[in-house]
Design a protein around this ligand. Structure first.
Ligand code: CXF
Ligand code: ZN
Length: 378
């Protein structure tokens, strides 16, 4: 195999917490063994990019190349990579799927134990960086992807080969947010036809949960949000009822939902990242069989508290869901096919598209709550 060379290209570098990204020239090393260098076609902004961009306490890693929701083409591969080759269209996934460990082989989990998910700032295997600025300073990775760069290096366990016919500005959404929401309904909760579902927070994740629940045949999908405009967009994804949590005065949201559903929803999904909402969700999932799925990313260290009796007497389940419980290499192609077959809706999530130079605009739009997904074209 030929010795790869470093590539000089443009990347949007997060130099300091909360400060606009700086588009600059960087060096991207050749892929090492088991690694793939990808030319990013487009990337979209996920709220986790903002969470880690803002991180001051505990301090985040800077300078850093953020971005993890994307699609690209393999530019070159390192030693021992057989799964993909130059020119393949791929979706990078922040969750590894080695296919060989007990967990990857089990239907019960998507948490690869050979390459466990950590919020690491470096490559998975050797914990080093493939990025350098032109002064020779190391740039940190993000979620093993770093897609805010024209080229990036990703471990082959984090790469999913897909049908190149799919429009890239739709497929990239399956790299994180939409897959997480749809998967949470489909794989984590396994919503059955006829179920009642309550979704706390109708951002892209919450709406994707609705879309997943709709595809599973849920008969009632209750959306909860502080912004009443969310009901209109929610209806497109199957939301049948809306609760404006900002106008719940004499009753809590959970009481309202318990009344609406005659005792509680079969499945509740928390998609904001607020402990108080997890408690509300748990309170209004049905006694005996209700399941609450936690998807929102709260501040690191936030605690949930339940009395032992509350759990014991409830018979309810509460669970987390990382990437919607999906196995990247197995499930992303299924979602792509469902989109191509016009079952899964993706177009409606893309509210904005900008050029790479305008990447900071994508941040503003999401922070201001004006966008669901903003696609950034490289
Ligand atoms: C998240 C999942 C929870 C931890 C931080 C990153 N993934 C993608 O947005
Ligand atoms: Zn994400």
């Amino acid at each position: 195999k030929k010795e790869g060379k470093a590539i000089r290209c443009r990347a949007a570098v997060a130099r300091k917490a909360g400060e606009p990204l700086v588009i600059e020239e960087v060096m991207v090393a050749a892929p090492k063994a088991h690694e793939v260098r990808i030319r990013i076609i487009c990337t979209s902004l996920c709220h986790s990019d903002i969470t880690f961009w803002k991180l001051k306490d505990p301090p985040g890693y800077f300078p850093r190349i953020l971005g993890h929701e994307s699609i690209g083409v393999v530019e070159s591969v390192g030693e021992d990579v057989d799964e993909v080759t130059e020119g393949d269209t791929v979706i990078p996934s922040f969750m590894a799927d080695c296919g060989e460990c007990v967990d990857c082989k089990s239907k019960k989990s998507n948490q690869c134990s050979n390459f466990p998910f950590k919020v690491s700032p470096l490559m998975h295997r050797d914990e080093t960086s493939r990025f350098m600025d032109l002064n020779g300073e190391t740039l940190y990775h993000f979620l093993y992807i770093s897609s805010f760069s024209e080229y990036t290096v990703v471990d082959v366990t984090h790469v999913v080969k897909i049908d190149p016919a799919v429009p890239p500005n739709r497929a990239c959404l399956l790299s994180c947010g939409v897959s997480t929401g749809v998967g949470a309904a489909w794989r984590t909760a396994n919503v059955e036809a006829g179920s009642t579902v309550a979704i706390f927070g109708l951002g892209a994740i919450g709406l994707a949960v609705a879309e997943g629940a709709r595809l599973c045949g849920a008969s009632r999908i209750i959306g909860v949000d502080v912004n009443p405009d969310k009901f209109e967009i929610g209806k497109i994804f199957g939301v049948t009822d809306f609760v404006n949590s900002a106008s719940c005065k004499d009753k809590s949201v959970s009481e309202v939902i318990k009344e609406m559903t005659g005792g509680g929803a079969d499945y509740c999904f928390e998609c904001v990242g607020l402990a108080s909402l997890v408690h509300e969700a748990f309170a209004c999932c049905r006694l005996g069989w209700g399941k609450t799925v936690v998807l929102g990313v709260d501040k690191p260290g936030t605690q949930l508290s339940f009395s032992s009796f509350e759990i014991l007497l409830s018979g309810k389940t509460i669970t987390g869901s990382l990437f919607g419980g999906l196995k990247a290499k197995h499930d992303i192609p299924i979602l792509i096919k469902r989109y191509m077959d016009k079952e899964l809706q993706l177009d409606e999530f893309v509210t904005h598209e900008v050029s790479f130079e305008e990447i900071n605009k994508a941040f503003d739009l999401l922070i201001e709550g004006k966008s669901l997904r903003c696609v950034i074209w490289m």
